[in-house]
Design a protein around this ligand. Structure first.
Ligand code: NAG
Ligand code: NAG
Ligand code: NAG
Ligand code: NAG
Ligand code: NAG
Ligand code: NAG
Ligand code: NAG
Ligand code: NAG
Ligand code: NAG
Length: 261
């Protein structure tokens, strides 16, 4: 009887996990996540838990924000929670809020009691912790994928990709501001049968040098692979390239200049 009960429990845990994981992979655009154990865990309905829920349900409530970066903290002392939601630089405000909102639902299901967690979607990232995460340059945890397909002319491809990412990195780090550090562009070359489209982005709370270092470090994980598509993401920055355009070009009406601080 005891054996029966425990195996039932076991299969229950197994299937619950299975259901959550299949829900996750069924979420359009969901990429990867980490439940981080360094900062410990919270118990259900603890002050930390309710603070986290308040923070997340309110993270995107400021509809004035149209640049895709949401950071907030909520709570007091050891129960204070810090959260960051960041959308890819070309994503419109409504879609951005929806993406972050979806992330809050999924990430809290996947990490039911860790104080710190991070999750990436195609178009946004969500992270939260009980430590202050604003302005920190963090290169782990890291997630990357490379398409299996090789470029036709690997050496030339790597060279053009290196140049493109280096160029975009410079633009995102140097010309970005505290609201957006993002650059998108494409590159073609003779002897290259394709156009490479790339996007690089930093959390805009980073300093220029940190943004630059983060992107250089992240790119080193996927550079020189000769694969036609790749992505790498860390808490502080992310890079994606493809052989098709996957981002929206900025509209011709330029953004209003950032208010000087
Ligand atoms: C986060 O919570 C853990 C325990 O769960 C604690 O050890 C750690 O000091 C907390 N971090 C901060 C910055 O309060
Ligand atoms: C937490 O609160 C919810 C709703 O208030 C309740 O359904 C649940 O049983 C509580 N869980 C624990 C562990 O107290
Ligand atoms: C939620 O956000 C709104 C708008 O930004 C703010 O007025 C409100 O105080 C926030 N609520 C909490 C509980 O933080
Ligand atoms: C959020 O989830 C809903 C329901 O799964 C989906 O229809 C919507 O496209 C998602 N939003 C984003 C931005 O992924
Ligand atoms: C966030 O998602 C929940 C559950 O999917 C939904 O009920 C809620 O309306 C969404 N909120 C926003 C602001 O999109
Ligand atoms: C890609 O190239 C590598 C060597 O550079 C080779 O080992 C691999 O089989 C190739 N993959 C495909 C899918 O052609
Ligand atoms: C990026 O490339 C463009 C055109 O190839 C060039 O005009 C621009 O100066 C480059 N920017 C940086 C930061 O390298
Ligand atoms: C490549 O980028 C340039 C801007 O640098 C843009 O004018 C052009 O339309 C892009 N090409 C494609 C095919 O997207
Ligand atoms: C958001 O981040 C900035 C740094 O970019 C920080 O100065 C600010 O206090 C944060 N906002 C909130 C609500 O914590």
């Amino acid at each position: 009887m005891a054996v029966f009960v425990s195996s039932r429990l076991h299969s229950y845990v197994c299937c619950l996990l299975f259901i959550i994981i299949s829900q996750a992979s069924a979420q359009p655009g969901f990429l990867d996540y980490f439940c981080l154990s360094d900062e410990g865990s919270f118990t259900a309905n603890s002050t930390y838990h309710t603070n986290l829920n308040t923070l997340l349900s309110n993270l995107t409530s400021n509809t004035q924000i149209d640049y895709g970066f949401y950071n907030r903290s909520y709570g007091e002392n050891s129960d204070k929670v810090y959260g960051i939601g960041l959308c890819r630089g070309d994503v419109k405000a409504d879609e951005c809020r929806s993406c972050i909102n979806n992330s809050t639902v999924l990430l809290t299901q996947l990490c039911p009691n860790q104080k710190e967690a991070i999750g990436w979607y195609d178009k946004c990232m969500l992270r939260y912790s009980n430590r202050s995460i604003f302005g920190l340059m963090e290169t782990s945890p890291l997630f990357y994928t490379l398409e299996l397909v090789n470029a036709t002319n690997v050496d030339r491809f790597n060279q053009v990709l290196d140049n493109l990412v280096e160029n975009l990195t410079g633009i995102a780090a140097a010309s970005g501001d505290s609201r957006r550090k993002y650059a998108a562009g494409n590159a073609t070359a003779t002897n290259l049968e394709t156009t490479i489209y790339g996007v690089v982005q930093c959390s805009p709370d980073l300093f220029e040098q940190d943004c630059n270092r983060c992107l250089v470090d992240a790119f080193s994980r996927i550079a020189s692979s000769g694969k036609i598509s790749g992505r790498v993401a860390t808490p502080s920055c992310n890079i994606r390239y493809e052989n098709f355009r996957f981002y929206d070009e900025p509209s011709t009406t330029a953004d209003a200049p950032a208010p000087s601080l």
